[in-house]
Each structure stands twice: as C-alpha cells, then as structure tokens.
Design a protein around this ligand. Structure first.
Ligand code: SAJ
Length: 428
C-alpha cells in the first residue's frame, strides 16, 4: 500500500493526528471541527499565552465558546503547544497563519515562510501539509514546495502538499467552518486525494480543483469581487451626491431586480483583514508578470477615497451652518470596520478621525463594541451616548451602523448628522 492510501486509511479510521498551525479566528474553529469529527488534534501557536489559555479551556476567539473547547479537550482530542519540534507528530498539518500587507502594500508572507521552515525541520514520510492562509497564486508551489522538497523527500510519494483557502466569516452564525464548502487543490493527484480524505470527516462539502494555483485564485476572486463591487457602489454614492439623488433609494430599487443584480452598499470605505488586503496580493503577483490589474487598482482607489469624501461632507455641512471644521466638535458613531463586531482592523473610521483631527476638529467617538483603542500614539476611549452629548456636538457622524445604537434619539437631538451608512430612521 502506498503512503497516500496509508494516510487516507488513517483519515477514514480517524487515526490520523491532525496538526493546526496558527490558532486564531481561522485555525481554532478548524481545530475544533476536526476534533469534533473524531480526530486527535495538536494545535500549534507561537503565542505561549494563547497556548496556555487554550489548554486551560479558555477560548480567545469569539466564535469558539469555552464549552466547545473544553468538550474536545476533556475528551483528549485537542491539545495546544508552542513547541514546534512536535510538528513531526501530526500526520496532517493545516497552516492557518496571517498574511497581512507590508507598509508599502506588498504581500507579507513572512508568517507562511516561518511556518514552512518549522514544518521542514521535522518533515517526515507520510505527512500531508495543507496551506489555508489567503495568498497570491503560486505561493504553495514557489514557497512551501521547494522548502519541503529540500529535505530530499519527494512530494506526492513521501509527503503531500495542498492549498485550501480559509473561508471563515467572523461572527457569521449561519456559515461556519463545517458547513461552508471548502475548495482544495493539490500539487499532485495523490496530494489532492489525501487532502480531501483528511478534511472529509469535518467538512460537509469539499470542492476539489485541479491545481494549488486554482485554489489560491478562488479565494482572491471571491474577495476581489467584493472589493470591486463595493468600489462600484461607492462611486455611485459620489455620482448621486453630485446629482442630488439618494443613492440608498437607487440601490434599494435596483435590488428589486430578481436576476442579474447583487446588492452592495456604499459606506465610509473598506475595512477588515480580508477585503482591503487580499486583492492586493493578486495585484502584486501580476505586477511581477507585467500585467496591471486595473479593476483591483481602481477599486482600491475608490474605496480609499471614501473617508476623504465623507470628511468633505462634514466640512460642507458645517459650512452650511456657518461653522468651520477647525474647533468644531464631531462625535463619530461606530469605529469597528463593520456593524456589530469589535474589530477595528483597517477600519475607515480611523482614517476619518485622522482626517478630521488634521483639520482641527475636536473628535470623540462612541462604539458599544469598542471601549477603547490606540492609533497614531493616541489613546481613544468610547464616550457614553447621552442626549446631552449628542446635542452638544456640532456634528454627529455615523461611520459604523451598530444595531444597538438609538438612532431615533440621535435624529431628535443632533444639530447635524452626516450618515455614511444610511442608519438614520427615515420617519421624522
Ligand atoms: N462593505 C461595504 N459595502 C458592502 C459590504 C461591505 O462598504 O456592501 C464594507 C464593510 O463595511 C467592511 C468591508 O467592506 O468595512 C468588508 O466587509 P465584508 O462584509 O466583506 O466583511 P469581511 O471583511 O469580514 O469579509 C469576510 C470575508 N470572508 C473571508 O474572506 C473568508 C468575505 O469573503 C466575506 O464575503 C465577508 O466576510 C462576508 O460575506 O461577510
């Protein structure tokens, strides 16, 4: 029996030990699903505090409840470690590490390189390595494969390599790791077969594709699709503003078309750790091939323009009331990058606050999910939302439309509202 069939047999009998490198919002839910499917799972993270807390039954990931963690840990199916020498133990290793952008918006694959180096040190016959981090097409074949083959072991025979993009949507209670279809691409046929057999017990639907590049591109297409369509409706917001038309009315009416249209909403810009970042991985790769990905670049320009557009709206609106931005008190409602979450990564609210302060405004914020944050060396603390506070502001700016905020009170009380999310009630 060849090694592929051996490993597939182990997967079918749940005898394979499954490693997960990176226990964040992607790796930890995956580790839990694998354990709940019956695998013994060994989680790896460089953060010893995270490892200790996990081993004592405390989850640092909002989407993973402590009881789920304790359930599999008490059954002896999940252990966490920061000892990378133990990477020789798992039969399968999923790598779920961050892929941010560098300061100059180039891909930062340093976490992938570090994880690959760690796996390479202990690579042995019979192991399957699956990269899940969102990255540019070619990463698996150009970074993981050479490093692992430098051990002298042969891919597709001695060990197996695949790419399977993570599709975790933090806070989504409907689509979770188990029921979100999972795309898988292998370096060889046997690599694909092995990776699918390993995931099958934990994932309801697998979507095999022909290469790792195809699998890498699937994720980038998904998120570039969003960035471009959000850029389109943001441009529509600017167009409608110049024409004196309500862009929200136009979009809601367009969305009644039962076919051939998909609703996206304009906003203050593009935040989060996926959409503003992933498309630039593809743009960077294509620049190296002398091809300019114009949609990605244009969407990036438009989405980046939106904080400036909305700060100009504040300035124009204050001006209409005979007030300058300089010295004006502006209350920002919501700093998280999207509603009802606490994540402020890449949030356009940070750009808006920086621009307003740059023009001399006195900015405060209220966000029920973000009690405080630090930016540019400043400490910001969420203020309590009271009618007095709202009435005292020269301008209230809705940047993130959290559901719990009392927008009717804001509408009744505020002297001026600039609403980037159409959150304000229409009725008087
Ligand atoms: N945004 C708009 N208008 C829209 C939709 C989003 O301005 O119509 C803004 C949001 O306010 C936010 C940014 O875009 O600032 C990103 O929002 P998002 O809804 O895309 O949420 P993310 O960043 O959490 O994206 C994740 C992604 N999941 C993965 O990469 C696995 C994305 O692929 C999902 O489609 C998205 O969640 C989702 O659908 O919720």
């Amino acid at each position: 029996m060849d090694r592929a069939d051996e490993l597939i047999g182990k997967a079918n009998r749940r005898e394979a030990l499954f490693g997960v490198v990176g226990l964040g919002y992607v790796g930890l839910p995956l580790a839990i699903e694998l354990a709940q499917a019956g695998y013994r799972v060994l989680g790896f993270d460089v953060n010893e505090r995270v490892v200790d807390r996990l081993n004592s039954g405390h989850s640092h990931v909002k989407d993973v409840a402590d009881e789920h963690l304790r359930g599999v840990a008490d059954a002896g199916l999940l252990e966490a470690t920061s000892d990378m020498d133990r990477l020789s133990e798992p039969d399968a290793i999923s790598i779920c590490v961050p892929t941010p952008l560098s300061k100059v918006k180039d891909p930062d694959v340093s976490y992938i390189v570090a994880a690959t180096e760690a796996v390479k040190q202990t690579l042995r016959e019979g192991q399957a390595i699956i990269l899940e981090s969102t990255t540019y097409p070619g990463t698996t074949r150009e970074i993981l494969l050479p490093a692992l083959q430098s051990t002298g072991l042969k891919v597709g025979d001695d060990f197996f390599v695949a790419f399977s993009p993570e599709r975790v949507d933090p806070g989504n209670t409907i689509w979770q790791t188990r029921n979100t279809p999972k795309v898988v691409g292998g370096i060889t046929e046997d690599c694909l077969r092995v990776a699918c057999a390993l995931y099958r017990p934990a994932i309801e639907r697998l979507v095999p594709v022909s290469t790792t590049e195809a699998a890498e591109l699937v994720k980038l297409l998904e998120n570039t699709f969003r960035s471009v369509n959000i850029g389109l409706v943001n441009e529509m917001a600017i167009v409608c503003d110049k024409l004196g038309v309500d862009v929200w009315e136009v979009i809601e009416a367009a969305a009644t078309k039962p076919f051939g249209f998909m609703k996206f909403l304009p906003g203050p810009g593009l935040g989060g750790h996926c959409i503003p970042i992933d498309p630039h991985y593809l743009a960077w790769k294509m620049r190296g091939l002398n091809y300019k990905t114009r949609f990605i670049d244009l969407a990036g320009e438009l989405n980046t323009e939106m904080p400036h557009f909305w700060v100009r709206k504040v300035s124009e609106s204050l001006n209409m009331q005979g007030r300058a931005v300089r010295g004006a008190s502006v209350l920002v409602l919501g700093v998280a990058y999207k509603r009802n979450i606490e994540d402020i990564r890449e949030s356009p609210a940070l750009d808006i606050i920086r621009l307003l302060e740059g023009q001399g405004a006195r900015v405060s914020y209220h966000d029920p999910h973000v009690p405080c944050f630090a930016e540019d060396g400043h400490e910001y603390r969420s203020v309590d939302l009271t009618p007095e506070l709202v009435a005292g502001a020269d301008c209230v700016m809705v940047v993130t439309d959290h559901s719990v905020v009392d927008y009717s009170m804001v509408k009744r009380t505020a002297r001026l509202v600039v609403d980037t999310r159409n959150a304000m009630p229409k009725e008087a």
